[in-house]
Write a protein that binds this ligand. Sequence first.
Ligand SMILES: NC(=O)c1ccc[n+]([C@@H]2O[C@H](COP(=O)([O-])OP(=O)(O)OC[C@H]3O[C@@H](n4cnc5c(N)ncnc54)[C@H](O)[C@@H]3O)[C@@H](O)[C@H]2O)c1
Length: 418
Amino acid sequence: MKQLHKQASLNQHLQMPTHSAKPSKPPPRSGAARSAASYLLREQRLLFVLVGAFLAASFFLLRPSLPVPISHPSTSHLILPQPTYTLPTTPFSAARRVPAALKQRGRRVVVTGGAGFVGSHLVDKLIARGDSVIVIDNFFTGRKENLVHHFGDPRFELIRHDVVEPILLEVDQIYHLACPASPVHYKYNPIKTIKTNVMGTLNMLGLAKRIGARFLLTSTSEVYGDPLEHPQKETYWGHVNPIGVRSCYDEGKRTAETLTMDYHRGAEVEVRIARIFNTYGPRMCLDDGRVVSNFVAQALRRQPMTVYGDGKQTRSFQYVSDLVDGLVALMESDHIGPFNLGNPGEFTMLELAEVVKETIDPDATIDFKENTADDPHMRKPDITKAKELLNWEPKVSLREGLPLMVTDFRKRILDEEN
Ligand SMILES: NC(=O)c1ccc[n+]([C@@H]2O[C@H](COP(=O)([O-])OP(=O)(O)OC[C@H]3O[C@@H](n4cnc5c(N)ncnc54)[C@H](O)[C@@H]3O)[C@@H](O)[C@H]2O)c1
């Protein structure tokens, strides 16, 4: 009895029904639908469901559609939202419109290796035609002096960066030149050379893929190695030593070409490949071991010109403005390539030495030295493809171009001596 009383007072305290003859739930009706209906009708659950459905419907009806890419010649890389309805102007709807400044912006171009010899001349041309240019360079062989005339131009930016590391930028075109090009420099740290060619090219292709930019690779005639076909057509696969001292450059560039084509086939990146033959002109490194700069610098310093081997090996020499015209023509064309860009005029080393003597010093002498490993015996581009498809061919002869280079070298050698 005492127990029962205790239980009753506890139930009273907790306001719990003790026991009732009348069940709190209505007797179960037949079927699952009936029990679901009864579940919904209890405790205003139906009202909550209806209010929820109303709120969800209003949200989906009133919100703008998902962002859709808008194609615009100069902003094709941008992912911009496309409003499907007009709301009263609020800070949010204003942010969804393409700002007028973006629509009017000209082409934006990245030039990797833009502080180097070829890159700096390319930058001059791009800036002159109205593009905004970002140069990426680690200054291994490049110099700020090559670009100093653009400092202060709002359309020009220079970033010290190594292409072996990724970088994020928003541009329309990428000219990928970054790579030491002369044997002296690319043999200095061969592992770094191949890393630049492979990882640097991967990073730049990855960037092109991400932002939808067009990508141009500056490959080289070295992909033909010591050629068994003469002159070299783009269809020739080459004769390259994969384990020699030049392989870091030759095979590095061959891999860079492979990566470029794989990004095109596999990721639909718009790509262009130029195979550049020996090029000369102002702003080349004074002592980079390339034959034209060697001869010119030696003749100006009144030193004998070094000829490796018997001097009968041949090269073709292209003036830098011709190359830059070819690179831009290729980038703007509808053709992937590869395209040979070079001057088919062929000279032996001894003939080149004669032209340098005529231009600088008729008394200049020649010093013969043993040839270097894997030095190609002959090199001459077949440029039929570039002539036909790019409407391009070189215009500047060696005798016209060499004096322009000599003027630049003479000034820099004098500056060095003073
Ligand atoms: N000049 C030629 O005769 C010739 C011939 C064939 C191919 N090419 C190619 O053209 C391109 C330019 O050659 P160039 O003659 O102007 O040579 P260059 O040495 O003058 O220029 C190369 C530029 O790349 C930069 N660079 C090198 N490694 C880099 C890295 N890891 N990250 C960022 N920047 C880096 C250098 O500092 C330099 O400014 C190269 O890709 C070269 O292979 C040139």
